[in-house]
Design a protein around this ligand. Structure first.
Ligand SMILES: NC(=O)c1ccc[n+]([C@@H]2O[C@H](COP(=O)([O-])OP(=O)(O)OC[C@H]3O[C@@H](n4cnc5c(N)ncnc54)[C@H](OP(=O)(O)O)[C@@H]3O)[C@@H](O)[C@H]2O)c1
Length: 244
């Protein structure tokens, strides 16, 4: 039997939302170093500038803006016609006991994690359908299949996003479009910084395992992108060892 080889990704154009921090940032750097043409999105301009400085010269461009604003989606539109891969990664969370979550918490998480993310995916996918090729990669979470205490709203958004990922796959596979879902457990990023409820802070302090690194998740994204044409990695779940 031949050893598996990664399908070439160099020269392909990838759009990455949430590339200014955490998993998206690490993935942008890894894929730029592999020769992909990266278009990085995020709100934090200075973080995007420093990301560009770290990437190989000419491999990474960025567009700053809020995905919840239609004007930003319109500004991205002219870039979409030749996107080969979309890493749909931007996301937010606030953990708190279910009775302490506010209506604002729910709408903030659903707006960013589900509604904005689907709108951008539709825009990218329209061009992929025309070209009859492309790869949509959704960064969901273990929270897309499980629910856990204090994470109700976030889990609901990730369940919804996963349902959308599977629907995109179902309806767009006939156009040659792959859809992959990357579903990590806890990753060492700043995403939990706004979760300051004492119950949540205590739970995080008492955890008995080390979270994944953003680089480990980035390598799973690269694995999915390197799949040969007739192989679609539908779902890659990643857990920190010892976290069950
Ligand atoms: N960390 C984990 O434990 C974990 C586990 C499983 C799945 N995930 C998922 O992985 C993805 C990335 O999370 P992360 O941990 O890397 O988080 P992070 O470090 O907080 O990064 C989140 C990214 O999303 C961007 N973003 C958030 N709201 C935005 C908006 N309204 N408009 C534009 N960009 C926005 C942020 O950009 P700015 O900062 O520039 O606004 C940032 O680049 C999320 O979808 C998250 O749900 C994370």
């Amino acid at each position: 039997m031949m050893a598996p080889t990664g399908h070439p990704i160099a020269g392909k154009k990838i759009l990455i939302s949430g590339a200014s921090a955490g998993i998206g940032r690490e993935t942008a750097l890894l894929l730029a170093a592999q020769g992909m043409q990266v278009l990085a999105l995020g709100r934090n301009e200075s973080a995007l500038q420093s990301l560009q400085a770290l990437a190989p010269k000419g491999s990474l461009r960025w567009l700053a803006g809020d995905l919840n604003e239609a004007a930003h989606l319109d500004a991205i539109e002219p870039e979409l016609a030749d996107v080969d891969v979309f890493l749909n990664n931007a996301g937010v969370l606030r953990y708190a006991p279910i009775m302490d979550l506010t209506a604002e918490d729910f709408s903030w998480m659903f707006q960013t994690n589900v509604l904005a993310s689907i709108q951008l995916t539709q825009r990218v996918a329209r061009h992929m359908v025309t070209r009859r090729k492309g790869h949509l990669v959704f960064m969901t979470s273990i929270a897309a299949r499980e629910v856990y205490r204090t994470a109700s709203a976030y889990c609901a958004t990730k369940h919804a996003l996963s349902a959308m990922a599977r629907s995109f796959r179902l309806e767009l596979q006939e156009f040659g479009i792959k859809v992959s879902e990357i579903a990590p457990g806890m990753v060492d990023t700043d995403i939990r910084a706004s979760s300051d409820h004492p119950v949540v802070v205590a739970a995080i302090q008492n955890r008995k395992f080390s979270p994944l690194s953003p680089a480990e998740v980035a390598s799973a994204v690269m694995f999915a992108l390197q799949s040969p044409p007739n192989l679609c990695p539908d779902l890659i779940e990643l857990r920190p060892q010892g976290s069950l």
